[in-house]
Design a binder for this molecule. Structure first.
Ligand SMILES: CC(C)(COP(=O)(O)OP(=O)(O)OC[C@H]1O[C@@H](n2cnc3c(N)ncnc32)[C@H](O)[C@@H]1OP(=O)(O)O)[C@@H](O)C(=O)NCCC(=O)NCCS
Length: 169
């Protein structure tokens, strides 16, 4: 994508590439992180998603951010105690002051190395200025086919979110 195509309402700031802000975390699931079935607690996963996406958003805009929205989340598979949980987050698309961050969660069996995609989500973060008001963010400049696809799909989801808010849904 060219710099011109990447321009959004935050276009006065230089565009940044998704690779500049991507964050990946990995942790061992311990007894304190689990539910009564011995699998990772859903709330622990949601908390992790919020944190890894907030770090990604801050790395993109280099400002404080707040979570404005977290879209629909499904848990496709459990991650048992003793397994590894990986979270990969990157900026999909940007508006004037908001950023849609996509996060993918993977569970890894520590002995076999088998990796399963367990859940995904889209979170919207808003950058804040010194007065705590929404501040412009750099546009995102997707580089790969996968990043361009996420950019286009993120734009559509952002439009739909706006329309839902307008209609008071
Ligand atoms: C998110 C928040 C800063 C938006 O403030 P606001 O005064 O409504 O600002 P605006 O209407 O100018 O919207 C600013 C941006 O946020 C986006 N936005 C606002 N509400 C949103 C929502 N519910 N979902 C997704 N995006 C949202 C707008 O589309 C706009 O994006 P753009 O500049 O890229 O076009 C404000 O609602 C807030 O502080 N909410 C509480 C956040 C919070 O406490 N989070 C949990 C802890 S971090």
């Amino acid at each position: 994508m060219s710099g011109a195509d990447a321009k959004g309402a935050g276009a006065e700031l230089p565009a940044k590439k998704p690779a500049e802000s991507q964050v990946e975390t990995r942790e061992l699931i311990l007894p304190n992180d689990t539910n009564t079935h011995g699998n990772v607690l859903g709330g622990k996963v949601l908390h992790g998603m919020d944190i890894v996406c907030a770090m990604t958003a801050m790395r993109h805009c280099r400002r404080p951010v707040v979570t404005a929205a977290m879209d629909h989340v499904e848990f496709h598979h459990a991650i048992p105690e003793g397994h590894f949980m990986t979270m990969k987050a990157s900026v999909n698309t940007t508006g004037r002051t908001s950023m849609e961050i996509g996060v993918k969660v993977l569970g890894e069996h520590p002995m076999t190395g088998e990796v399963r995609h367990t859940s995904s989500a889209y979170l919207t973060f808003v950058a804040l200025d010194e007065k705590g008001k929404p501040a412009p963010v750099p546009p995102i400049d997707p580089q790969t086919d996968a990043q361009r696809r996420r950019f286009e799909q993120g734009r559509e989801r952002t439009k739909e979110r706006r329309a839902r808010r307008k209609s008071g849904e």
